[in-house]
Design a protein around this ligand. Sequence first.
Ligand code: FPP
Length: 239
Amino acid sequence: MLWFKKKESTAPRVLPDHIAIIMDGNGRWAKKRSLPRSAGHAAGANTFKTIARYCNKIGLPYLTVYAFSTENWKRPPEEVEGIMNLLRDYLKDAENFKDENIKVHFIGDLSPLAEDIQALIKKDEEASKDATGLTLNIALNYGGRDEIVHAVRRMISEGLSPEEVTEQAISDRLYTAGMPDPDFIIRPSGEYRLSNYLIWQSAYAEYWFSDVLWPDFTPRHLDQAIEEYSHRNRRFGGV
Ligand code: FPP
């Protein structure tokens, strides 16, 4: 845990080590404005950039965002392509994280993604690998169950004995290996589900839900969430 004091606030608050966000509500945001769903995702991508920068500014060590799930392929092809294009734009604009000392890292099964996206991901991960600010994980073609299946397959192919299959052995083979588990999960848009997101890692996480739709989510909402997190009493099964 880190203690931090923001310039504009007086009370010290507890900053989580790792915040994970489900960026939900883009479609509803667009519908409310009679816009195509793609406009909602574009607005959501802008919010994502603002929030990632803000997390870096306040000294958060890890942020993980859910950009595309293993289930999202079921959406209409033009919607999937729209989200992929937003990712392309973001990845091409590598300054987004390089100049800001943000280390970008992708989690999920990247193998079915278009080759140019895979190449851009490699390039940007490499370019930002020495950054010392925020570690920004972008979950892409990510599913929590799928991730656990991958980890189990790896243990089997590495020939681990039953005794060697431990919680740590599984954690070490997840996409988030070596990172602290998320201690705070944020889901806007009035849904109260985990949706297969970081299901192993979030065993002891605190949750924060809000009716605000993701494109309307601002740093002030994040401040509010962190403020509430500060007052939670985390016992990890103890007393
Ligand atoms: C869920 O809202 C959102 C998604 C499935 C896509 C999230 C993607 C982005 C915010 C853009 C990603 C871009 C970058 C650069 C990381 P929804 O469509 O399910 O909304 P709804 O529930 O209101 O329909």
